[in-house]
Design a protein around this ligand. Structure first.
Ligand code: AMP
Length: 284
């Protein structure tokens, strides 16, 4: 069994724990998470281990990226199980600050992106507070850990584009790496929120990926994008979802596209099943 990774809970303890790595000239990768770890997260850990000598995993359910009506209170928190999984995966260090450590009394700064991928009219349209919260906490995590690279999942595709933009705009001295989505056998993207699904909802949930796959294949073969999206939207709603969006966007800028001829296209979807909001995406 691997050594238990060290758990740090204050910024000074974190910096103290990182000090020997830096002194030894060891590269450091950071994987930001909200815990309730699954195979998707662990895939990021393994990729990070290939690219850096030391792997730091942060576990922080960030209150500032949830709106009052969202699931901050009920978001799954399973720290003991996460610690076991990260021990098995041989992560080096866990950064698990409390909300008070992250946002002490009097905290007053927020990082907002004014344009570009954060304002693409996808997640930002339905969760207007979301990317400001994400950008603020991720900037803090980057400054706290000062990693050489940070690994994110393509599962949260717009978020990955936003963080890439943020790192570029602020000249943050690290590389942002995106990794493909890890899925269940039936195609459902792994997500900590899948735990909310009832058996019946779980059976309907793979519809999202099935629609993405069908649309992507047909668009690739020359079918009209708008016609395919309309059919996809209907199929998702027929399966019992409340659809927020199913869109085809430029994979880089997330701007609307009419044809896959000129730029790589990404299909992105968000829809709610019962009380659970699911997102997914796929390249054409
Ligand atoms: P979360 O804990 O949901 O905030 O996710 C932490 C990181 O894991 C983010 O970079 C996510 O994009 C990534 N992630 C979540 N689910 C998956 C998945 N199914 N496959 C790959 N990466 C994922």
């Amino acid at each position: 069994m691997a050594n238990r990774p060290q758990v740090t809970r204050t910024v000074s303890a974190l910096r103290h724990a990182l000090e020997p790595y830096r002194r030894a000239g060891q590269s450091i990768a950071l994987i930001p998470t909200m815990g309730a770890l699954h195979e998707g997260h662990l895939t990021l850990v393994r990729e990070a281990q290939k690219r850096a000598r030391r792997v730091v995993v942060s576990i922080f359910v960030n209150p500032t990226q949830f709106a009052p009506h969202e699931d901050f209170g009920s978001y799954p928190r399973r720290f003991a199980a996460d610690l076991n999984a990260l021990q098995e995966a041989k992560a080096d260090l866990i950064w698990a600050p409390s909300a008070e450590v992250m946002y002490p009394e009097g905290f007053a700064t927020r990082i907002e992106l004014d344009s570009g991928p954060a304002k693409a009219g996808l997640e930002d349209r339905f969760r207007p507070h979301f990317f400001g919260g994400v950008a603020t906490v991720v900037t803090k995590l980057f400054l706290q850990v000062a990693p050489d690279l940070a690994v994110f999942g393509q599962k949260d595709y717009q978020q990955l584009r936003v963080i890439t933009q943020l790192a570029k705009d602020l000249d943050l001295p690290l590389k942002v790496v995106g990794m493909p989505t890890v899925r269940e056998k039936d195609g459902l993207a792994l997500s900590s929120r899948n735990a909310y699904l009832s058996a019946e909802e779980r059976a309907a949930a793979p519809t999202l990926y099935r629609v993405l796959k069908t649309c992507a294949a047909r668009i690739k073969n020359g079918a009209g994008i708008e016609r395919m999206l309309a059919a996809g939207r209907a199929e998702i709603e027929d399966a019992g979802f409340k659809l927020d969006y199913l869109e085809a966007r430029d994979a880089q800028t997330l701007e609307p596209v009419r044809s896959p001829e000129f730029a790589p296209v990404r299909l992105l979807v968000a829809a709610t099943l019962g009380k659970t909001r699911l997102i997914d995406n796929l390249g054409v």
